[in-house]
Design a protein around this ligand. Structure first.
Ligand SMILES: N[C@@H](CCC[C@H](N)C(=O)O)C(=O)O
Length: 259
């Protein structure tokens, strides 16, 4: 079968998007999805996302990492699929859609997509790092020399080591620039490399920095290798609520694949 694919990126986290409302895409073929995401033998992407129909909401998002496996929530992918649904004419400037971690609301203002994330009821603090789940599991640790850090090597060791082991976690390294601005580099599980930006990752970083007292702000700017993102939230009795991930999401190109 021939499918039209669309390439989108959100602060350099790039995705193949496919309109699968007819449920024709070979979604259980891990090898094919991995090949499509390969940067030398395929289209090249950090992940592949299917837009499918949902009974009560505007659409459903199905997310696969570049390794071909379906995974947990992707924040940048969530912002990209909203831009894609808008391009397809499925939605206007606001939407409610289903993802693997539940319902999400989103708002569109030009190329800025504001995505509401699930509440975060628990943030685990350790001497060296913070662990929390923002739709995907995230290890967050502060670093003084972010620019020279070997993110792939150290991130991989942490992702595969105790206590994460085979299930793994995404690993975020952070430097504080000021009360409301932090720089972040992320090693992504399922891509098994550093990506230019991770949406659930910067969300985790903003909340972690608040939880450990590095900031009292509730609107944080995160500088990633692929650009700026913003995260806003409320903290009520140690649960983080009303969390929004804000940033650009853009169409790159389209093409055809046969599989
Ligand atoms: N790029 C993502 C996170 C995608 C999921 C992650 N790789 C995992 O498997 O946990 C984002 O923008 O949130």
């Amino acid at each position: 079968m021939t499918y039209t694919f669309y390439k989108y990126q959100g602060t350099g986290n790039d995705f193949i998007l496919i309109d699968n409302r007819q449920l024709e895409f070979c979604k259980n073929n891990t090898k094919t999805i991995k090949l499509l995401c390969n940067r030398r033998f395929g289209i090249g992407a950090d992940g592949l996302i299917l837009l499918e129909q949902h009974d009560t909401l505007d659409f459903k998002m199905v997310y696969y990492n570049a390794d071909g496996n379906e995974s947990s929530m992707c924040g940048n992918g969530g912002r990209c699929i909203v831009a894609f649904a808008h391009f397809l004419g499925i939605i206007n400037n606001s939407t409610q859609f289903m993802a693997v971690d539940g319902e999400h609301k989103a708002l569109i203002e030009d190329d800025i997509i504001k995505l509401k994330m699930q509440n975060v009821p628990e943030v685990s603090l350790f001497d060296t790092h913070v662990f929390l789940n923002t739709g995907s599991p995230h290890h967050v640790q502060m670093e003084t020399n972010l620019a020279h850090l070997n993110v792939k090597k150290i991130g991989s060791q942490i992702r595969h080591g105790e206590p994460y082991n085979a299930l793994g976690a995404n690993v975020n390294f952070v430097t504080k620039n000021n009360e409301s601005n932090f720089s972040v580099r992320t090693y992504e599980r399922g891509v098994e490399d550093e990506t230019l930006s991770c949406g659930t990752g910067v969300t985790a970083v903003a909340i972690a920095m608040h939880a450990i007292g590095e900031t009292e702000k509730n609107l944080i700017t995160l500088e990633t290798e692929g650009g700026k993102l913003q995260v806003s939230f409320e903290n009520n009795n140690s649960e983080y609520q009303n969390i929004w991930l804000i940033g650009s999401a853009n169409y790159v190109f389209k093409g055809e694949i046969v599989c």
